[in-house]
Design a protein around this ligand. Structure first.
Ligand SMILES: Cc1cc2nc3c(=O)[nH]c(=O)nc-3n(C[C@H](O)[C@H](O)[C@H](O)COP(=O)(O)OP(=O)(O)OC[C@H]3O[C@@H](n4cnc5c(N)ncnc54)[C@H](O)[C@@H]3O)c2cc1C
Length: 318
């Protein structure tokens, strides 16, 4: 048992010290969590948070399909929600989904119940908690269009309800407090025939297969489009990246995708620093070419690796 774990409240789930995070992330990069907490259920998570020293940072990860975990790992406690948070149930035109449910499961459950409007979820490879945080969406629909309300735990463990308007959603962004851990959401759609909805889901999946590198080690769209959807002559990030000559550009083991140049790839042995550095190369090239400052859509979290020279210097002193 590590010294850090000894200072954390008791749990019914699992608490692991120095646990590698890279295997959980889509990019397959990044350092360990000081502590990884896999709560048994919501009561376990709430009790842990209520007793945890407020000085200790808490980070929650979903499917980690939209993050670069930096090479030095994440300080404090990383929370990953397990099966107890993965339930999905449909009633009438509404779907209740746990924050750890995969978005694609929610789209299929809705389709089977004859609820239209959630087809877009089938194209987002994350979990519902990540969808709430990112206002995930595709092909003209996003989380805000179907969300009624969501339930979250505050940093002190208290459960709160957020109505759709409380999120102040915008393109791939919400104003909901960063320290909330979403645990469940309620969505609403409109009636349609299950077969018709499934057909639209299949079409959406097929379109995605041919236009995005969905089987690679990636983090999805790297930069948010600079103009909100619906803007006349909307500029796309991928177009700006292409015009800046960055399609296929490389840094270490990281590469800008040839198929969709708003995607960065780990093409083998990339570090998080390679991927983030390549992203900054792209931003600089786009700024120089078109004057646009691209905004990172991917969340970059955690500590940079300790510089090898500094590490050697500190070891010598010890
Ligand atoms: C191949 C590929 C294609 C993609 N296509 C799309 C697309 O079409 N549209 C789109 O919108 N996105 C897309 N993405 C990005 C990504 O799938 C979405 O942003 C998704 O919503 C992230 O969910 P996640 O569970 O993976 O979140 P993570 O990547 O784990 O986390 C993202 C953020 O959400 C927070 N978070 C996660 N869970 C919770 C929780 N329970 N409570 C509070 N905060 C939480 C994290 O702290 C972090 O800040 C794509 C990604 C990939 C790899």
């Amino acid at each position: 048992m590590s010294v850090f774990l000894d200072r954390l409240p008791p749990v019914r789930g699992k608490l692991l010290a120095d646990e590698a995070l890279a295997p959980f992330t889509w990019f397959r990069v990044g350092g360990p969590a000081d502590a990884l907490f896999l709560p048994k259920d919501e009561a376990d998570l709430a009790a842990f948070l209520s007793q945890l020293d407020p000085i200790i940072p808490v980070t929650v990860l979903g499917a980690a399909s939209n993050v670069i975990v930096r090479d030095g790992g994440i300080a404090g406690v990383v929370v990953r929600l397990g099966p107890a948070f993965g339930k999905v149930a449909a009633e009438g035109m509404r779907v209740t989904a746990g924050a750890a449910a995969l978005d694609s499961r929610v789209s299929v459950a809705a389709a089977n119940a004859g609820i239209a409007g959630m087809e877009f979820f089938s194209g987002v490879p994350g979990q519902i908690g990540g969808a709430l945080r990112m206002n995930a969406g595709c092909y003209g629909r996003e989380t805000k269009d179907v969300l009624v309300e969501a339930y979250a735990l505050k940093r002190n463990g208290e459960r709160v309800t957020l109505k759709n308007a409380d999120f102040r959603f915008s393109y791939r962004h919400t104003e909901a407090s960063e320290d909330l851990i979403f645990v469940e959401a309620l969505f609403e759609g409109t009636p349609d025939k299950p077969a018709a909805i499934m057909e639209r889901i299949d079409a959406l999946k097929a379109r995605r297969e041919t236009t995005q590198p969905i089987r690679e080690k990636t983090g999805g769209s790297t930069f948010a489009n600079p103009d909100p959807p619906g803007t006349p002559n909307q500029r796309s990030s991928w177009k700006l990246v292409d015009e800046a000559g960055m399609r296929g550009a490389r840094r270490g083991g990281a590469q800008v995708s040839e198929l969709h140049c708003n995607f960065l790839l780990n093409v083998g042995d990339a570090t998080a620093a390679d991927i983030e550095g390549l992203g900054e190369d792209v931003r600089a090239a786009v700024k120089a070419k078109s004057g646009v400052e691209l905004r990172w859509e991917i969340k970059r979290i955690g500590r940079p690796a300790i510089d090898a020279t500094l590490e050697g210097y500190l070891a010598k002193d010890a």
